[in-house]
Design a protein around this ligand. Sequence first.
Ligand SMILES: C[S@@+](CC[C@H](N)C(=O)[O-])C[C@H]1O[C@@H](n2cnc3c(N)ncnc32)[C@H](O)[C@@H]1O
Length: 211
Amino acid sequence: MSTYHISDSKLDPETTAKHYDSWAGQYDEETVTRLHYTGHNVCADAVAKSLGGSDRGKVRILDVAAGTGLCGEELVQLGFTDIDAVDGSQDMLNLAERKQIYKRLICDFVGPNRLDIENDTYDAIACCGSFAPSHLKEDCLPELIRVVKPGGYIVITFREEYLHTVEDYKDKLEPTMARLQDEGLWERVSRETFPKFYEDKDGITFVYKVL
Ligand SMILES: C[S@@+](CC[C@H](N)C(=O)[O-])C[C@H]1O[C@@H](n2cnc3c(N)ncnc32)[C@H](O)[C@@H]1O
């Protein structure tokens, strides 16, 4: 199973999670080794840059749709130690757990539903590779904002062309981001595209500061 299969049609979150459950064992090999996936590196670097001179041993980070923990591993390499993970696929999280990088692993869907996390818990969210067909949608953004402290950051990295090709995002994702800024919930720090998100596909990274 691979993302290509998942991309084909519109699936409910439970079905997407089942696809990832069956893909979990091959995920790291397929993405990093075969597709030369870089999203986790770019996202982790953007989190580190956003947090600037903060004490990396003290800041709390939530890896959203963390999968097998590729981004968490990068964050640990960068000196961060207090990292939690949330993902809808238990089998992806089981692999992440073996890497011993996350303090708390939460198996839940990220959407408009309330996560089992207090308000203003994290200094930053890292979310990479998780805006894709039948993955996260714009309706999860208020919930992400809720769990980040005022002054904290939300970093979202994904394949750039999905902004224009995925029905759920076209005329929806960026307008929602802008509306949340108009409502005073967050403000955009940067919006940067980069080459080789994987193979020849461009990526995009949004950094927002929670207000
Ligand atoms: C392409 S993987 C990315 C994983 C990891 N962030 C990375 O960069 O390797 C997408 C992940 O999103 C998770 N996912 C997709 N839709 C989700 C949802 N609605 N709620 C929670 N997790 C979801 C999948 O289970 C999968 O682990």
